[in-house]
Design a protein. Structure first.
Ligand SMILES: Cc1cc2nc3c(=O)[nH]c(=O)nc-3n(C[C@H](O)[C@H](O)[C@H](O)COP(=O)(O)OP(=O)(O)OC[C@H]3O[C@@H](n4cnc5c(N)ncnc54)[C@H](O)[C@@H]3O)c2cc1C
Length: 258
């Protein structure tokens, strides 16, 4: 929250210059988030009249946006970014950031200057997971992808803490929607066991996400991440209705925790 508020203030004060959006490392939470950040920043700066003097560049180690969802969706987002004058630099990793000089130092040695940086920091699993004896090498927990059981009896894991392989050598994205669906499955199965019923709830790998595009519009991607061949994800035509649906979704969630 602190980072988000700081970014909002910095964007409000930004008079123009080089804006860099950086994905530092994989995996990270919410595959759409850095692209949404670029779209939203572009729209905000345009509204404020600061767009003409601004370049927006995205640096990411990914081969294309949201690779888990496949190349068709990636191509569609790449086209939308280009249409908004946002330069995408896929397959480019940042080695370190020199905030004093305002420079990204890429792994291939190139130095890239920036005036404002919106960065996705490196993600790592909490120490409690790393030292649990249940984690894979990267610190996250392998689980049965249908009932979320870990290697230890009666220990389950859901959400971002897990590492769930899917087709194509990829992993299920770290997204709240999955965390919620997985938690529902685990809760139902624990309740079943406690009441002498068969624990038959299964997580099916289906999911969806809104992609905010700025200007009050969003796109919507949905599909089956557990398809045996490759995740089958469809991107719906962007429009105001998807943005309104996201606002409604948020209001629904906030109302659940008054
Ligand atoms: C900018 C952004 C946009 C996103 N947008 C979307 C979206 O549109 N849709 C979507 O589905 N998902 C989205 N996500 C992803 C979503 O927020 C996460 O996938 C989701 O929060 C994962 O839930 P979780 O409970 O597994 O983990 P978390 O929400 O990270 O919760 C884990 C909790 O454990 C706590 N914790 C850590 N270590 C310890 C410890 N040792 N002891 C006690 N507590 C500990 C942490 O403080 C944290 O509160 C977004 C994420 C970001 C960053």
């Amino acid at each position: 929250m602190e980072g988000a508020v700081t970014a909002g203030v910095a964007l409000d004060r930004f008079e123009g210059g080089r804006l860099a959006v950086v994905v530092s490392r994989l995996p990270y939470k919410c595959p759409a988030a850095p692209y949404e950040a670029a779209f939203l920043a572009e729209a905000l700066l345009r509204r404020r009249g600061a767009r003409d003097g601004t370049t927006i560049d995205i640096y990411t180690p990914e081969p294309y946006p949201m690779p888990t969802a496949g190349p068709i969706l990636g191509d569609a987002l790449t086209t939308m970014l280009a249409a908004r004058g946002i330069a995408l630099h896929p397959g480019r990793s940042v080695e370190r950031i020199d905030s004093t000089a305002g420079e990204l130092i890429l792994t291939d040695g190139e130095h890239v200057g920036y005036d404002l940086l919106l960065g996705v920091p490196p993600h790592r699993a909490p120490e409690v997971l790393r030292s649990s004896g249940l984690a894979a090498e990267n610190g996250f927990l392998p689980v049965d992808r249908e009932n979320m059981a870990t290697a230890a009896e009666h220990v389950f894991a859901v959400g971002d803490a897990t590492a769930i392989p899917i087709a194509g050598g990829k992993f299920l994205p770290k997204a709240g929607l999955f965390a919620e669906a997985e938690a529902d499955v685990v809760a139902a199965n624990i309740a079943a066991e406690l009441t002498g019923r068969s624990p038959s709830a299964r997580f099916d790998g289906k999911g969806a996400c809104f992609v905010e595009l700025g200007d009050g519009k969003a796109a919507f991607a949905a599909g089956d991440f557990y398809d045996a061949e490759a995740p089958k994800i469809r991107l719906r035509r962007p429009g105001r209705h998807w943005h309104l649906a996201k606002v409604g979704f948020e209001k629904y969630w906030m109302s659940r925790w008054p």
